[in-house]
Design a protein around this ligand. Sequence first.
Ligand code: NAD
Length: 390
Amino acid sequence: MINGIKPLDRSLRWGMVGGGGTSQIGYIHRSAALRDNTFTLLAGAFDIDAERGRAFGASLGVAGDRCYPDYQTLFQQEAERADGIEAVSIATPNNTHFAICKAALEAGLHVVCEKPLCFTTEEAKELAALSEAKSKIIGVTYGYSGHQLIQQARSMIAEGLLGEIRIVNMSFSHGFHNEAVELANPSTRWRVDPKFVGPSYVLGDLATHPLFLAETMLPELKIKRLMCSRQSFVKTRAPLEDNAFVLMEYDNGAVGSLWCSAVNCGSMHGQKIRVIGSKASLEWWDEQPNQLRYEVQGEPVQILERGMGYLAPRALEEDRIGGGHPEGLFEAWSNLYRRFAVAMDASDRGDKALLENFWYPDVHAGVTGVQWVERCVESADAGATWVDFE
Ligand code: NAD
């Protein structure tokens, strides 16, 4: 149970690039990082507009001389201070992630980077190699993977309660972009422009979330090959897709499907994962995150509730309030940031034993996400043909 006791005897000196006052995701990064006193926000280059970023940083209580105009100045000047930052979070549009992440590692910082880590597998592997060479952590914010019931599913599957895994059915399909809302919304505008978002829209923006939920629940399952079909229903978005279907074959004979969409009218989020085994299935939906459906063939459905004593130790470890009260995205993110801090501290202490058995969305999760999107685009653009994953 998490009750406010710090998991570390220190708080990491932390900065942010992006996540400014007008951003969609900046607040949840701060809320999660600051929740358990594992990070202290001391510096940032919060906004593409330097003045706006400075004013925003000041409003958060960051000292004026540590609100920098850009990430290069942030990393350079913080490195010169005895009390400079030790870790940075990157919450900027996708086209900047690779350069900022690389510069942060080169400046000797641990990194929390938004997905996707970058645009190509080659770049992702370069970041993974640099992270290892510098002994610095890269954490990737696949937010809901920190939810306790995702960890519960992982435990139940590992225990064999589902039997042999046959099918993984995933979706992240909302309806918010059924029209060209990007004409009026800057946060959506860059998402449908290849200059900022790279080779894909919903595959990179949405699909990698349930994909990582599957990786978390089923760490042994490896994708062998996949096939993708993608569409641009709002024509001005072409060649970027606002809808896609992906079929996957795993190395144990199991199969998977993933539907991602921004034009699923009426759907709020639609992030779901259903894992089907030879004996039973598990199903989790982000709009009702405190319930996990456990369906044994031939028996009544069981709804497992978050925070209850019958859950696996792994799922109770990060309980913050007990059952009944809802916990959701903010708590899941807080659990991730808590884990990022523990991993960063262990890395600084050279504690390899802790790191070997410690779960968090790490740089390898980031690499897989980038490689998966790359393969999906390759498949779709070749007319929805099967392509090998590796
Ligand atoms: P946004 O457009 O709403 O905000 C981007 C922010 O970055 C703004 O404050 C902008 O001023 C700032 N910025 C842009 N370029 C910058 C630069 N070079 N230096 C400093 N600041 C800069 O975007 P968003 O929706 O908040 O998305 C940001 C990132 O977060 C994207 O990579 C997106 O994919 C990701 N995201 C992740 C999740 C998740 O669940 N993990 C959810 C939403 C967004």
